[in-house]
Design a protein around this ligand. Structure first.
Ligand SMILES: NC(=O)c1ccc[n+]([C@@H]2O[C@H](COP(=O)([O-])OP(=O)(O)OC[C@H]3O[C@@H](n4cnc5c(N)ncnc54)[C@H](OP(=O)(O)O)[C@@H]3O)[C@@H](O)[C@H]2O)c1
Length: 335
């Protein structure tokens, strides 16, 4: 075990994509666990678009990452030394690890959870983590998906979107339409994940294709991207259609004022509802979703699509992939 802790700290706030100057690699002393604390070696990092939003000095659902602080991130870590009965050496824990080699887990604010039995670290960060929970509760609770619904999801070959489409199929959607960038991604979600129809937003006219694929209208649009795709979906909303605002990745790299959806009047005419959510509000209900997810995983009804990037120092590159579309499925850094 090395006696140094590599830490990736926020050196300056990015104005667009994360640049080499955004994050600095530092070597610090190995943290020493105090009473009631454990030292854990970080094994995997969950790479999420929201990390980019935390780098901005802007109001959000969590405070911005301070300059010179370790970049905030979820992850899985293995306990190496412990001064508490709560954690034992060898335990795999998940929680907020940050982009670094070692993390201290305590019994209070920095407490971490044990991995559910039989669940691999990467699945814990994907289907059983924020990604899977976001897909599940966004679709079932915020979107109130019903059997027979025509469901459209953007970012459909990404971590959340690919899970949304699969859950919608399992829960009896009438038709699941995925919007993704490029023919390869569209082919993958149709052939491997069972989406009924796909739209390549980079090569096709999304508004026209939505009219073709959902001629009676969209009952539920799960929005991961915002911008023009949100607008096109609003224009094709069915009566009492629901729009779930999960994310707006098309604008996370932008500075300045954003323009709102031009087609919002569809909500009036079609008596629709558009609602945003933050998955942290559902933490107490995670076990119910995880129980269902475990059943689907065991029966092969759901697939965990993962995109593994090797090496802590590649975390910034992995984060940028989410914005260039370089990933298929959940991006995880293996430290
Ligand atoms: N509300 C919540 O609590 C919550 C929780 C977790 C995640 N989220 C949100 O969910 C969304 C997906 O997150 P994720 O972790 O699952 O990431 P992801 O979908 O695995 O990766 C992001 C994907 O977005 C697509 N994309 C990037 N820029 C785009 C653009 N300008 N227009 C259209 N598509 C674009 C890319 O795919 P293409 O190749 O198809 O472009 C990329 O693969 C994000 O908006 C995230 O912030 C929200």
């Amino acid at each position: 075990m090395s006696d140094r802790n590599r830490r990736l700290v926020l050196a300056e706030r990015p104005t667009g994509m994360v640049e080499p100057s955004t994050v600095r690699v530092e070597e610090a002393e190995m943290p020493e666990p105090g009473p009631g604390e454990a030292l854990a070696r970080v094994r995997f990092l969950s790479i999420d678009p929201t990390i980019r939003t935390w780098m901005d000095d802007a109001p959000g659902y969590l405070p911005p990452i301070a300059i010179d602080d370790v970049v905030r991130s979820g992850g899985v870590a293995e306990v190496v030394r412990s001064n508490t009965d709560r954690y034992s050496p060898g335990d795999l824990l998940f929680g907020m690890t940050g982009w670094q080699d070692y993390v201290i887990a305590d019994e209070g604010e920095r407490a971490m959870q044990s991995l559910p039995a039989g669940i691999s670290p990467t699945v814990a960060l994907g289907l059983f983590g924020i990604t899977g929970m976001t897909a599940y509760f966004g679709l079932t609770d915020v979107g109130r998906m019903k059997e027979g619904d025509v469901v459209v999801v953007s970012g459909a070959a990404g971590a959340t979107g690919s899970t949304v489409g699969q859950i919608a199929k399992i829960k009896g959607a009438g038709k699941v339409i995925g919007i993704a960038g490029g023919p390869e991604k569209c082919g993958w979600i149709a052939e491997e994940l069972g989406f009924d129809a796909t739209i390549d937003y980079k090569g096709e006219d999304v508004a026209k294709r939505l009219r073709e694929e959902a001629p009676e209208g969209i009952d539920l649009y799960f929005d991961n991207v915002g911008g023009e795709i949100l607008d096109a979906s609003l224009a094709q909303l069915a009566m009492r259609g629901r729009v779930v605002l999960c994310g707006a990745i098309s604008s996370y790299n932008d500075r300045g004022a954003l323009s709102g959806p031009a087609n919002y009047r569809s909500l009036i005419i079609r008596r629709g509802r558009m609602e945003g959510f933050i998955i942290l509000d559902y933490v107490e209900r995670f076990p119910e979703a995880q129980a269902e997810m475990a059943g689907w995983l065991a029966s092969g009804q759901i697939k965990a699509a993962e995109h593994i990037v090797e090496g802590l120092e590649r975390a910034p590159e992995a984060l940028n992939m989410l914005f260039t579309g370089g990933n298929t499925g959940k991006v995880i850094v293996q430290v």
